[in-house]
Design a protein around this ligand. Structure first.
Ligand code: NAD
Ligand code: UDP
Length: 317
């Protein structure tokens, strides 16, 4: 059994990963500065002696004597992830992708720990190849509003590869495609949480642009399974993890209306600048290398998310 550091542990994916690692018998130190995360996501672990939480900004080196201590593995998930949040936290996003990621890599180097970094399909930008394979280098606007996230993540990938090639750290890179499920922050602006909250409140669903842009939605449990398998592999180059079934945003809105039984209308709002027009992972590499593929389709995943979002809508979150 391992002692594992998870950065971004109070976030949506981080908290699910912590649950999975504890269920697998490991002990976990979770670190988070709570900039977009929420301690509620970890509240159920308060009495679990194998879990320790430290509120800390990973852009600051750990103070002497209170670093996480010897760890066998580091999962680096800390970073704002929703477009409105990384636009609000623009410089913080660049810093956590660069300085914060290097601090996390240094811990892995110091303790001889494995390292997995949460990268993103945003590395592909506005993709000119479809679906996206890991070999595609992407088409990113380096100075547009989204660049704070995209370029931080691309720099982080380069940094992780350099710590592998120059310092021998056993690293892994996962390029995560849109993932949803319980604990996705109800008001952080991502499409599934926005649509579910709007549908449950009887408000119009805000489709940006014409709604013809596409995304591929992966349920959180499927993603976490893929991450755990990748961490146990010896693959150093990026691996896409996501659900390869592609939906237009209008189809996604329709699916949310059906899942909730809501009679909300659909309204159209301006498309954010540089919003990618399509996004779909080629998961051949994950299938071959990890024997992994998603099991939960959008209809099932929305049904499994309803209870969480209903409880948030009920308290006016
Ligand atoms: P989230 O916002 O729920 O979680 C991110 C967590 O990181 C938050 O708890 C936040 O407080 C924490 N954090 C941010 N800056 C920090 C810092 N400097 N020090 C310590 N903690 C910090 O988002 P998420 O969806 O759980 O995303 C987790 C990771 O996965 C991110 O790196 C994100 O880029 C990546 N990712 C997520 C998706 C997705 O669809 N959910 C897709 C692609 C990539
Ligand atoms: N979107 C939308 N309405 C919303 C929120 C998002 O139409 O209320 C669109 C957004 O423009 C994008 C897609 O849904 O095309 C996915 O957005 P999200 O912010 O979830 O993730 P992204 O893939 O853009 O990072």
């Amino acid at each position: 059994m391992m002692r594992i550091l998870v950065t971004g542990a109070a976030g949506f994916l981080g908290s699910h990963l912590v649950d999975r690692l504890l269920a697998d018998g490991h002990s976990v130190v979770g670190v988070d500065n709570l900039s977009t995360g929420n301690l509620e996501n970890l509240a159920h672990l308060e009495r679990d002696s194998r879990f320790r939480f430290e509120e800390w900004d990973i852009c600051r080196p750990f103070p002497a004597g209170s670093d996480p201590g010897p760890v066998d593995f580091v999962f680096n998930l800390a970073s704002p992830a929703s477009p409105p949040e990384y636009l609000r936290l623009a410089i913080e996003t660049l810093r956590v992708g660069s300085i914060g990621t290097e601090n996390a890599l240094k811990i892995a180097e110091q303790y001889g720990a494995g390292f997995l970094h949460a990268s993103t399909s945003e590395c592909y930008g506005e993709p000119l190849e479809h679906p996206q394979t890991e070999n595609y280098w992407g088409n990113v606007n380096p100075v547009g509003p989204r660049s704070v996230y995209d370029e931080a993540k691309r720099y982080a990938e380069a940094l992780v590869m350099a710590y592998n090639r120059s310092r021998g750290v056993k690293t892994h890179l996962v390029r995560i495609f849109n993932t949803y499920g319980p604990r996705l922050h109800p008001s952080d602006g991502r499409v599934i949480s926005n649509f579910l909250m709007q549908a449950l409140r009887g408000e119009p669903l805000t489709v940006y642009g014409g709604g013809t842009q596409t995304r591929s939605f992966c349920y959180v449990d499927d993603l976490i399974e893929g991450i755990v398998r990748l961490a146990a592999s010896s693959e150093r180059l990026p691996v896409n993890l996501g659900n390869p079934v592609e939906f237009t945003i209008l189809e996604c809105a329709q699916a949310v209306l059906e899942a909730t039984g809501s009679r909300s209308e659909i309204c159209f709002e301006p498309l954010p600048e540089d919003d990618p027009s399509r996004r779909c992972p080629d998961i051949t590499k994950a299938r071959t290398l990890l024997g992994w593929e998603p099991r939960i389709n959008l209809k099932e995943g929305l049904a499994m998310s309803l209870e969480f979002f209903r409880s948030k809508a009920a308290v006016g979150a």
